[in-house]
Design a protein around this ligand. Structure first.
Ligand code: SAM
Length: 312
């Protein structure tokens, strides 16, 4: 079951931007009452997430536009699922983090999350769309991050041998996708004509091919140890299939273990869609609406020659 029946209502997730504020400061400013489970969240209350640090759920109807902590960039509106990729990349504690690439950065939710989690790393944020580069610039600026370099460039065309990237050890890759996990866009669950279905499959196949190309490119950086791939899609073609296809061509790259990828998270990759059921276990799926998140997919990959064999 990939999706719950509509209508699904989600809480308003906000990430405390630790570059600019502490948890205590934000909580004081919001002046809400804490509840101990997500189900209890309503007007005037908040829930502190137990999996992602500095993440809070507010009532889904909450508007933050007039809140000074939002205007000042002390909190960032970001779905819980969308916080998983950077959190997982930060989970690999056995190695030192050098520089980081965010290959598909705008609007910058994950870039600014990386900047907060890795204040000592340099973060190269690629974005190929000029309008979206401007949004990214604004978001990085308001976040107060000082360690992000924005590159208005197609990531697939970047030079892996450029000395600038010689110290890149971690890459976050969140490429364009169908967006089928976004709760308000789940019209694909409705009945469709045959013509529409053919168009959908064509579109998914072309996305899958682009996602495989960009993921494969990420795996070529000479010192890279970890790559986190994510989409806000619920489709196999954009998720398990991309990862399995690319890994079959890159024997040194493997799926990380479940222990390093939020073992407490219940919904994992779908084994029938993977070449090896162990790989599915290491992947994360978020089912739209199930734990208050949009539909999402995350997988962390590691280079076995550079970090050793985690599975052994
Ligand atoms: N990671 C972002 C965040 O959390 O805010 C969302 C990324 S969005 C799903 C994908 C972005 O990748 C879009 O802004 C798109 O323009 C950009 N993009 C797509 N292909 C790209 C490429 N080849 N090189 C760089 N950016 C690309």
């Amino acid at each position: 079951e990939l999706a719950l029946k509509n209508p699904v209502t989600l809480p308003r997730w906000i990430r405390i931007n630790t570059i600019k504020a502490t948890k205590e400061e934000v909580l004081k400013q919001l002046a809400l009452t804490r509840v101990s489970s997500l189900k209890e969240v309503g007007p005037g209350t908040y829930y502190m997430d137990e999996i992602i640090d500095n993440l809070i759920a507010l009532d889904g109807e909450t508007s933050l536009v007039n809140e000074s902590c939002y205007q000042e960039g002390k909190v960032i509106i970001q779905d819980k699922a969308s916080c998983i990729p950077a959190a997982i990349l930060g989970n690999q504690r056995q190695t030192k983090v050098g520089d980081i690439i965010d290959g598909c950065a705008a609007p910058g939710n994950k870039t600014t999350h990386l900047a907060a989690l890795f204040p000592n790393a340099k973060i190269f944020a690629f974005e190929r769309n000029s309008q979206r580069v401007q949004t990214l610039q604004k978001m990085v600026e308001i976040s107060g991050a000082q360690n992000v370099e924005i590159l208005h460039q197609d990531f697939t065309q970047s030079d892996i041998m450029d000395p600038k990237f010689a110290n890149v050890t971690h890459i976050l890759l969140d490429p364009s996708c169908s967006g089928s996990g976004i709760v308000s866009r789940q019209d694909f669950l409705l009945e469709e004509s045959e013509q529409d279905l053919v168009e959908d499959v064509n579109r998914l196949e072309s996305l899958c091919s682009f996602q495989s190309t960009i993921l494969k490119h990420a795996l070529q950086f000479p010192k890279c140890q970890y790559v986190t791939y994510s989409t806000c899609s619920v489709h196999r073609l954009e998720n398990e299939q991309v990862v399995c296809d690319v890994l079959s061509q890159e024997p040194q790259w493997k799926c990380n273990t479940i222990e390093n990828t939020l073992p407490q998270w219940e919904d994992r990759g779908i084994p029938e869609y993977c070449t090896d059921p162990m790989m599915a276990k290491a992947m994360i799926r978020c089912v739209p609406g199930k734990f208050g998140t949009i539909g999402f997919f995350v997988c962390n990959l590691y280079h076995s020659g550079r970090v050793g064999n985690l599975l052994g």
